[in-house]
Design a protein around this ligand. Structure first.
Ligand SMILES: [Zn+2]
Length: 198
């Protein structure tokens, strides 16, 4: 199964509520038997966490279908603090950003001609994201309509999300749709899913 992860990012939690939310979600997952309170760093390569919660006796409740015989999922790492999260193999830029005011798409990585971000296009986003990480606020002006839009409102291409709370399931079978819906409902926030390999 290798070192792959499935990640749930809470894209609405504020930085100062992430810690309490994380604790509440861990409490729920432990009560459900999906994880235990025991932690381990084995097979955990999360960007800001080096250990996670060991799977519980009913870990299969979180996955699609019935438990696969012999599957041993890895720990579930919980990350708090404002950050950007990338799926896939983890490049540091989004490939595109759509303005929520005028719906214009700004292309950042011009596939298939380019495989790297246009630094001039990406720079204002990178700077706004850095400001947001630092202070909780950061905005970028839309080149099409001129609106100054908070970075948390731009719709970045898939696999690039901003959030203050994220959960990495290391080496788990595909998480179930009912579980993901319940997860989001309990957070009380919109979530995005990512997948990738270390
Ligand atoms: Zn715009």
């Amino acid at each position: 199964m290798g070192d792959h992860f499935q990640r749930i990012v809470d894209v609405e939690a504020a930085g100062d509520e992430a810690g309490a939310l994380a604790e509440r979600m861990v409490g729920w997952l432990v009560a459900e038997g999906v994880i235990t309170r025991e932690t381990s760093g084995e097979g955990v390569y999360s960007q800001t966490a080096d250990e996670g919660y060991v799977p519980g006796p009913r870990w299969y409740r979180a996955v699609e279908g019935s438990a696969e015989t012999g599957w041993q999922p890895g720990p579930v790492a919980v990350m708090t603090g404002r950050d950007y999260y990338v799926g896939g193999q983890g490049q540091d830029e989004a490939d595109s950003a759509v303005c929520p005011r005028c719906d214009t798409k700004t292309v950042i990585i011009d596939y298939p001609e380019q495989f790297e971000a246009d630094d001039e296009v990406w720079r204002p986003f990178r700077e706004a994201i850095a400001a947001w990480k630092e202070t909780g606020g950061g905005s970028t002006a839309c080149a099409a309509c001129g609106a100054v839009v908070p970075v948390t409102e731009w719709r970045f291409g898939s696999g690039f999300d901003l959030g203050a709370l994220a959960f990495d399931f290391w080496g788990w079978p595909p998480l179930g749709t009912a579980f993901l819906a319940e997860f989001s409902r309990r957070l009380g926030h919109r979530t995005e899913e990512q997948g990738g390999k270390f």
